[in-house]
Design a protein. Structure first.
Length: 287
């Protein structure tokens, strides 16, 4: 993570502490986390922050008709442990309807298990920005492994300029987004992480309806919106949907914009994103 703050810089420690706490609480892999315990016992009492995240994850699951689904963990484990041949996905434990919340108690149905890898970084950035807002820092920019979120105007008077990674050369950018003020920019791409099975690469964004890595014309999706949690959930969900469904989804609402990089290297941007895109050629997706 990279965190930069202008103004009350003593807030830096609080923010990095918050992000570390969230990671330690929400990781499905850490044996000491809230989520690890729930996944083992299928039931447990969790912190207010964990309840908040689960509620948000459930909300975005329903909004995206299950393209985003935090009960993906059993499938992640199946893919991760396959050595020579791809697994036959077991869809039985998958479905956000398998999560129930009662006060601060979480219960999972049968073999279900939680993974907040698709929303956790965005949630951490969003909570950090909320903390910084309370303390009235002048401006801030956070970058959590590809998730960028800004707060306020850049103090030198210039615009924020954030690169979108080139899926075929991830250390370089294929486009730049320029804007003033607060915004979250979150990218999900098939180039970021993958499992190697029998010499083949299988990327890490899974379609909850099929159990297989989402395969369509997209190489990456970048979401631009005010809320970091939403940006992260939607980046994963729209990657699963593919270009056509994702464009329809965007037309059905008014709370985000998106930049799609296709496998052939072409770029498509929703009308709001098109106004901010620099250093590239692109096609505009109209309402
Ligand atoms: P990254 O974490 O690489 O920046 P994403 O935000 O797209 O990218 O999250 C991908 C991670 O989310 C996967 O590694 C996995 O843990 C989890 N995941 C995969 N598919 C889904 C899905 N359809 N819904 C929710 N989470 C998912
Ligand atoms: Mg995501």
């Amino acid at each position: 993570m990279t965190v930069r703050i202008w103004g009350e810089t003593e807030r830096l420690n609080e923010v990095t502490q918050l992000i570390r706490t969230l990671d330690a609480t929400l990781s499905a892999e850490l044996e000491t986390s809230d989520i690890y315990a729930i996944n083992q016992n299928k039931n447990g009492i969790v912190s207010d922050l964990t309840i908040e995240l689960i509620n948000k994850a459930l909300y975005y699951s329903a909004e995206t008709d299950g393209a985003f689904d935090p009960t993906i963990y059993p499938l992640v484990c199946q893919w991760r442990s396959a050595a020579d041949t791809p697994p036959t996905p077991n869809l039985e434990p998958i479905g956000y309807q398998n999560i129930s919340i009662s006060g601060d108690e979480i219960t999972l149905k049968s073999e279900s298990a939680l993974d907040f890898g698709g929303i956790g970084k965005g949630f951490a950035a969003q909570k950090s920005v909320e903390l910084l807002k309370e303390s009235e820092v002048e401006a801030a920019i956070l970058s959590l492994g590809g998730n960028v979120q800004t707060l306020g105007a850049k103090p030198d008077g210039s615009k924020w300029a954030i690169g979108i990674a080139d899926p075929s050369a991830p250390n370089e950018h294929i486009a730049v987004v320029e804007f003033e003020g607060s915004m979250a920019l979150v990218t999900s791409g098939s180039y970021q992480r993958y499992y190697e099975i029998g010499g083949e690469k299988y990327h890490h964004i899974l379609n909850p309806k099929t159990g297989y890595p989402a395969e369509n014309e997209l190489a990456s999706v970048t979401i631009l919106t005010q809320n970091g949690t939403m940006a992260d959930a939607f980046s994963t969900a729209l990657f699963v949907m593919g270009l056509e469904k994702a464009s329809e989804f965007w037309r059905s609402r008014n709370d985000f914009d998106a930049v799609f990089i296709l496998k052939d290297g072409s770029i498509m941007a929703t009308d709001g994103a098109a106004l901010l895109l620099k250093e590239c050629e692109f096609t505009v997706i109209e309402r």
